[in-house]
Design a binder for this molecule. Structure first.
Ligand SMILES: Cc1cc2nc3c(=O)[nH]c(=O)nc-3n(C[C@H](O)[C@H](O)[C@H](O)COP(=O)(O)O)c2cc1C
Length: 194
């Protein structure tokens, strides 16, 4: 279970019929990581609010520079806005998914005495980590996702009505079919011992 510090709410906030939430929240992390696979075809089925609550709560557990939480999440509920996001994301049609979250950098939140370049870099990392935690949480909850990094930043900002730069878009939904994880390069090739 997650606790929201300000409201003392437990997530999920409501009774979830037919689900043992404790089972879900005790899902083995390594299984989740090893079995996650990007998915671009989603069922025409809404994502339950309680699952979204848990995904947001998971994002909130990510480490952030100085603990300042230099990111914001935009949950795009409006169908028209989701359609506009497709166009802003190089016409990738799956961006109009059942649940769409845009992770933005908020460097103004990062109250550290460093150059603006460093602060922006920190907020970029904060937003990326929050999205990555959300993606894993979504998978643990039986959802699939696609991470979108290819988009026109200015167009996204216009659609959201914000001056915050987007870092990534996470599209979520129930998979049409579960895909197997992709083969990866040999572990020894990505570790460099010096
Ligand atoms: C930084 C980044 C940007 C990405 N941008 C896109 C994108 O714009 N469109 C897309 O279809 N997939 C995008 N992806 C998803 C990758 O294509 C996908 O993660 C990769 O093929 C590995 O597959 P897997 O997630 O199943 O392991 C992006 C992933 C990352 C991490």
């Amino acid at each position: 279970m997650f606790t929201d510090k300000s409201t003392q709410l437990l997530y999920p906030k409501e009774e979830v019929p037919g689900h043992d939430v404790d089972d879900i929240t005790q899902t083995n992390l390594f299984n989740v990581m090893l079995n996650r696979r990007s998915q671009r075809k989603f069922q025409n089925k809404e994502v339950e609010e309680w699952k979204l609550d848990m995904i947001f709560a998971a994002a909130d557990t990510a480490p952030t520079a100085g603990g300042f939480q230099g990111f914001e999440i935009y949950h795009i509920k409006n169908e028209g806005s989701r359609k506009r996001l497709v166009e802003a994301a190089n016409n990738q049609p799956y961006v109009n998914a059942p649940a769409v979250l845009v992770f933005c950098m908020n460097p103004k939140r990062v109250k550290l005495n460093f150059t603006s370049e460093t602060i922006i870099k920190f907020s970029q990392q904060d937003a990326t980590l929050a999205a990555a935690y959300s993606q894993l949480a979504a998978h643990a909850l039986g959802l699939s996702s696609i991470w979108i990094g290819m988009f026109d930043e200015k167009k996204i900002m216009e659609i959201l009505g914000t001056d915050l730069s987007p870092s990534s878009i996470l599209c979520l939904g129930y998979p049409v079919k579960m895909l197997l994880p992709k083969p990866k390069r040999n572990l020894k090739d990505l570790i460099h011992e010096i």
